[in-house]
Design a protein around this ligand. Sequence first.
Ligand code: FES
Length: 160
Amino acid sequence: MSSELTGPRFEEPIERRDFLGLAAVWSFFGTIAAAMLGALKLPIPAVFPETDSRFAIGKPVDFPTGSVTGIPRRRIYVLVDAKGIAAVSTVCPHLGCVVARHNDGSFTCPCHGSKFDAAGKVAGGPSPRGLIWNEVSIGPDGRLIVDSKREVSPNTRFAV
Ligand code: FES
């Protein structure tokens, strides 16, 4: 009588060399699959640009004469004087850092030390130009609208 046993439990164990070969093949295909997934994601931008450059900042009564209001989320300062309302961008024209405003009205960039006077003109440092003044208008609902894509000449005010 033959004592040969059959079934998966009694199959020959896989050789170490074969196991390493299979591991190498599966690692290769796994790496290719991961690289292809990464390549497929490349055309999808990680950061979506702002869809609308116009945004409401509030009613004119929210900005009394003489006030200076920073709106960090929109990266602007709203300056109000007797002539009207202005919106000055806080984005440094050098490399895009956010400038800080001082009590005397001047601005300083913390990144490379550009300085701007109260009108946003360059007073020192590497910035190639002054701060951008954005167009201010009023919407149909009576709220002030700032357009971050429309630049106006410095010291332009929107008269309310
Ligand atoms: Fe403002 Fe360089 S980013 S000085």
